[in-house]
Write a protein that binds this ligand. Structure first.
Ligand code: ZN
Length: 883
């Protein structure tokens, strides 16, 4: 065999395959060859203009930590999709990047600094903290990119992006300014979810709920106030401006509209009684103390009723000045004080234990304080000329309703729509230091919004930063050259070639946080969807079905798994057994089994390459000529498999595709055809064709080992080798049926030998009663395929030979002659008869049970009946044998 070169100028791969496949010796080398080839970049694929694009943007991993096994699963799926399309004529672009993850990153760095030096960010100051953040970011970013490459990811590194790099800053500023000018972005005072620990606002879906035991206090503000109220947080009542009751509640009807001045535990309040349909009459006293500054619902009531807003709690979770002895206390301490006052004044009517949901910060678990605050918002209900008079929310809903965006699995369409329908304006400002700045400047009462600072002195930039999802929401188009590639409503360059992207593959847990925002941002910027499909993967759990976590110590470092088993084995173990939207399990046994399969593939390849004539043409792409029944069968099965794999991959059935391919490779090819080839001989062209095609099909799953073997077969990389497109293929049904029949005969003979304890080395004779002519032609195969037959006769029919072991298959009868003594065989048949009669009796009873027949599904009844008929036939045959 001649030495094959990659593109002639790259290092030569070994002339012969090593005895065993050692991933560690090959993977880095192969990845470098791929990278150096430039073929991860679709522009270098040499495709005609008419070639369709297939684009995936990699969900940018947060640069807060190393990648975990869930990321590996995501990489395996996306690489599979992109390699498959690249090998099928698509302009396949998989675009890499990382996410600065503003708040998450700042928290990690702050924590690290505090652990190391005991300093807080306030000790350090803004500039010094940001320096530390960037230093941290550089090192984690490098780790993440290294891990990503180790998985074999065929990402176009020439287009790598970062949500906080120069290009993305330009894009974010432009987006903000455009949205501001069209009235979508506005600044307003709102109740926000405030984390007193992170010192920042949180989006609604960054708030988590924890069940807790709490006390529900029932009391009156003062002795002369007519209505009792209930609350779990009496200290917030220092800011009450109204009491709301249900307008239908007879108890309070007469009070509606009245106003009272009260002395609440030493603080003067002015309370108005208002009616609100949302007040539940049967909760507590049916009357609600309205605290506009510290509850979203109360804020809305205050807006509707023109009530004043009194702020009680500040950004540190302390009571504001101006509340006498309560001022500067923590909310918790103020609560105790208020409770004591109420008890002392004999106003407390009840203290009940209840269970309720506490809102906590998803980052640090601190209870959320709803606070009024000046923040920037994206108005999701603003009607826009550029969207034909529709709002961002309406367009984003429409995309799901019309299925312009398809969700996989489908059930997530509804979840997305439910969330969208309840969407409030999106608060995008964050009170942290690390993140995209807000392109707004202030001078006295003046403000200016623009892509760069205004002329003149004295302008001060807004100190807040943007919610991290604002920049990642633009990911599909900010990475493709927006805004430069978008002029006058016309896309150009990468944006024209690759947007909308074909699929977004991500975890279902960020459907609302990220996916929905990407849809709105894309509609605003480009008036189109960001992706045609959303594939949502599940979580990878440990072998016992538990969530992996650092603290539990059950996590798996992908790099450890790769160094032990190789990236291919890791990929295959993650791809097999994973279905969209469902969690799957990871175990060492599973990855070991995949490594064993990869070794099997390696051995099959070595065997084929070592047996073929060195003069065999390895470059040919023609389907070889079938000379025997087995040739016809294996070629038909190969093409059927190839068509099925294509369909499955296009339907996202990765696991089923890999199972089918495993069956073809291990069972059909290795266990049967290679054994047949040893007998029939002279099959070099077919063997090469089979090997090449299984490598092509396996490549998207296990790219390293397949590329390594491929180097022995063809010039050029398997990475870009095109799949054969099978048009108008008709399976060779006859060959498939006949080979299946032969397999049944062979397996039956093998089983009968072992059941009857015939020594493996002992040659025996056999007789088959059967009609088909292919049997006569296959005598040598049946004898040769580990049946231990010295002689085989085929007769169309005849008497049952005496002293033989009889085997009944579905189509014919096989007799092993002189294999066993007659008494033993008779005893065996009688035993079998007895067993069969029992089974038949049971089935008959079952089928004569009217209740069963009327209740069981029709197909079950049908299968049971068929089973019974089969057993009856078998019994009949056995009865004839027992003479
Ligand atoms: Zn927090």
């Amino acid at each position: 065999m001649t030495i094959r070169l990659f593109f002639g100028n790259l290092e030569s791969m070994k002339q012969e395959l090593d005895k065993a496949y050692i991933p560690q010796d090959n993977e880095d080398k192969i990845y470098k060859i791929w990278e150096d080839s430039g073929l991860f970049n679709p522009d270098n694929l040499g495709l005609p203009d008419s070639a369709p694009s297939y684009t995936i943007v990699l969900p940018p991993p947060n640069i807060t930590a190393k990648l975990h096994i869930g990321h590996s699963c995501m990489l395996a799926i996306e690489d599979l999709l992109i390699r498959y399309r690249r090998m099928n004529g698509y302009r396949a672009l998989w675009l890499p990047g990382t996410d600065h993850a503003a708040i998450a990153t700042q928290m990690v760095v702050e924590k690290k600094i505090f652990q190391e030096t005991g300093q807080t960010r306030h000790d350090l100051g803004r500039e010094k903290l940001l320096e530390e953040v960037w230093r941290f970011l550089k090192s984690t970013q490098a780790t993440i990119l290294h891990q990503t490459k180790k998985m074999g990811s065929s990402l176009d590194w020439s287009r790598v992006a970062f949500t906080f790099d120069q290009e993305r800053q330009v894009a974010v500023n432009r987006m903000f300014v455009d949205m501001y000018r069209e009235g979508v972005i506005y600044r307003g005072e709102r109740i926000v979810n405030w984390c007193p620990h992170c010192h920042s606002t949180l989006a609604d879906d960054e708030v988590e709920y924890k069940e807790q035991q709490a006390k529900l206090y029932t009391f009156k503000y003062s002795a002369d106030f007519p209505i009792s109220i209930s609350t779990t947080r009496p200290e917030t009542k220092l800011g009450d401006t109204a009491v709301a009751v249900n307008p239908k509640d007879e108890r309070y009807k007469d009070y509606i509209g009245k106003e009272y001045d009260v002395d609440f535990c030493g603080q003067a309040l002015h309370i108005k009684i208002i009616a609100d349909r949302n007040v539940e009459s049967d909760f507590g006293t049916g009357a609600l103390g309205v605290t506009p500054a510290h509850s979203m619902v109360d804020w809305q009531m205050a807006q509707a009723n023109n009530l004043p807003v009194i702020k009680v709690i500040d950004e540190d979770g302390l009571i504001h000045d101006g509340f006498g002895k309560y001022s500067r206390l923590t909310a918790e301490a103020a609560r105790q004080l208020v409770i004591e006052e109420l008890r002392g004044r004999n106003l407390m009517e009840a203290e009940d234990d209840i269970t309720n949901n506490l809102s906590v910060c998803y980052r640090c678990d601190t209870p959320i304080e709803p606070l009024p605050s000046k923040q920037w918002f994206v108005g999701v209900d603003v009607k826009l000329d550029r969207l034909g008079g529709k709002s961002l929310k309406e367009k984003a809903l429409e995309a799901a309703q019309t299925k312009a965006i398809e969700f996989i699995p489908e059930r997530f369409n509804k979840r997305y729509q439910d969330w969208m329908e309840n969407l409030h304006d999106w608060c995008i400002s964050r009170q942290i230091w690390f993140g995209h700045g807000i392109p707004v400047w202030y001078k006295g009462d003046e403000s200016y919004c623009g892509e760069s600072a205004p002329e003149g002195d004295g302008w001060i930039k807004d100190e807040d930063t943007l919610d991290t999802w604002f920049s990642s929401g633009m990911w599909t188009f900010s990475t493709l050259g927006w805004p430069d590639n978008y002029k006058g409503g016309v896309k150009s360059g990468d944006l024209a070639k690759f947007h909308p992207t074909q699929i977004l593959e991500t975890g279902y847990e960020i459907l609302t946080l990220w996916v929905s925002r990407m849809v709105m941002m894309s509609f605003f910027a480009l008036g189109e969807i960001p992706f045609e499909k959303v594939y949502l993967h599940g979580t990878i759990l440990d072998a016992k079905g538990k969530k992996m976590s650092k603290s539990k110590g059950n996590g798996v470092d992908p790099l450890d798994a790769i160094s032990e088993y190789g990236a291919d084995a890791l990929r295959l173990s993650l791809l097999m057994g994973s279905t969209p939207g469902n969690d799957s399990r990871y175990s060492a046994e599973k990855i070991e089994a995949k490594r064993n399969f990869i070794n099997k593939l390696w051995n099959i390849s070595r065997y084929i390459l070592s047996t073929i004539n060195p003069e065999t043409n390895l470059q040919s792409d023609e389907i070889p000529i079938a000379k025997t029944l087995a040739d016809r069968w294996i070629l038909s099965e190969l093409i059927s498999t190839r068509i099925s794999i294509k369909t499955r991959l296009e339907n996202f059935e990765f696991s089923l595709a890999a199972e089918e391919l495993t069956d073809f490779t291990w069972n059909k090819l290795a266990d049967w055809y290679l054994e047949i080839a040893k007998i029939e001989k002279d099959k070099d062209a077919i063997l090469v064709y089979l090997l090449k095609n299984i490598l092509i099909m396996w490549h998207p799953f296990i790219p390293y080992v397949t590329e390594t073997i491929w180097a022995q077969l063809e010039d050029g990389l398997l990475l870009v080798r095109q799949w054969t497109q099978d048009e108008n293929f008709v399976p060779d049904a006859e060959a498939v049926e006949q080979i299946n029949s032969l397999q049944e005969i062979i397996i039956s003979i093998r089983n009968a030998r072992s059941e009857n304890k015939i020594e493996p080395g002992r040659k025996i004779k056999a007789l088959i009663h059967g009609q088909e002519s292919f049997l006569t032609e296959s005598v040598e195969l049946i004898k040769g395929l580990k049946t231990g037959l010295s002689d085989l006769e085929i007769e169309s029919a005849g008497d049952i030979p005496v002293n033989s072991i009889a085997i009944a298959t579905s189509h014919l009868d096989i007799y092993l002659l002189d294999a066993v003594d007659a008494e033993k065989e008779k005893a065996r048949l009688l035993k079998e008869k007895e067993n069969l009669e029992k089974v038949i009796a049971n089935l008959k009873t079952r089928l004569s049970n009217e209740e069963f027949v009327s209740r069981a599904p029709e197909n079950i009844v049908k299968t049971e009946t068929e089973k019974l008929n089969g057993y009856l036939l078998e019994l009949d045959k056995i009865n004839k044998l027992i003479v």
